[in-house]
Design a protein around this ligand. Structure first.
Ligand code: 3PG
Length: 213
């Protein structure tokens, strides 16, 4: 289950991170992501609408939906109840990680240092989020860090945009890149979901042309 999930994320290569204030945006946003060629969303638990947005998106049945910025076990429970298929945390958050591992819930916790990776390795994790990627030295910083951990795969996230995403995706250690730039509220706040589909399509095409997919 866990491996299959990460295999699917690896095929997609890009994970749109969405923070939704109003759950009514969830369905048209999901449509825009699918139309753009990225049937996936990581919905952050930074707003009260997160669970409702996850439910609305998963009910469509045509995209992979995860819960992001998960800090508490209670949020994992709410996210799973809403249909979330994977969990992402910004840091290691031991209670959340242990809860997910005990139940075979796919989880990618955030790491920023070798010590964090050591902790994740100890728990048998092989996929982690590298966060906040650009502030930690970008792809150069990740290369230096991951050289010692050939068994790990990374999902760099944080400050990544179209201009630098390929540098990460060219690294074999990188499973996929996450980013809010793919579906930011600035793009769809006025109801222009086509703008999201356009940005997503451009990113997908760039990544594929580059052979980084
Ligand atoms: C996250 O929740 O992973 C980050 O906020 C995403 O970072 P970004 O907004 O810089 O893409």
């Amino acid at each position: 289950m866990t491996l299959a999930l990460f295999d699917r994320l690896e095929q997609l290569r890009l994970i749109p991170i969405v923070t939704i204030d109003d759950a009514r945006h969830a369905e048209p946003l999901a449509d825009a992501l699918v139309r753009g060629g990225l049937p996936c969303a990581e919905v952050t638990f930074r707003t009260d609408a997160a669970a409702r947005a996850i439910r609305a998106m998963t009910q469509r049945g045509n995209l992979l939906v995860g819960a992001g910025t998960v800090l508490l076990v209670d949020q994992v429970k709410v996210a799973l109840d809403a249909g979330a298929q994977f969990v992402v945390t910004p840091g290691l958050h031991p209670k959340v990680v242990n809860y997910c591992l005990e139940r075979s819930i796919p989880i990618a916790p955030g790491v920023a240092t070798a010590t964090d990776i050591a902790w994740a390795l100890d728990r048998g994790l092989r996929v982690v989020k590298f966060f906040p990627a650009e502030a930690l030295g970008g792809s150069r910083g990740l290369k230096a860090l991951c050289a010692a951990y050939p068994m790990m795969r990374f999902i760099p996230t944080g400050g990544i945009h179209l201009s630098c995403v390929r540098e990460y995706l060219r690294m074999p250690e990188v499973l996929a890149c996450g980013g809010s730039w793919l579906a930011s509220a600035d793009l769809y706040a006025s109801g222009d979901y086509d703008a999201v589909a356009r940005v997503v399509r451009e990113a997908v095409s760039l990544v594929r042309h580059d052979g980084a997919s």
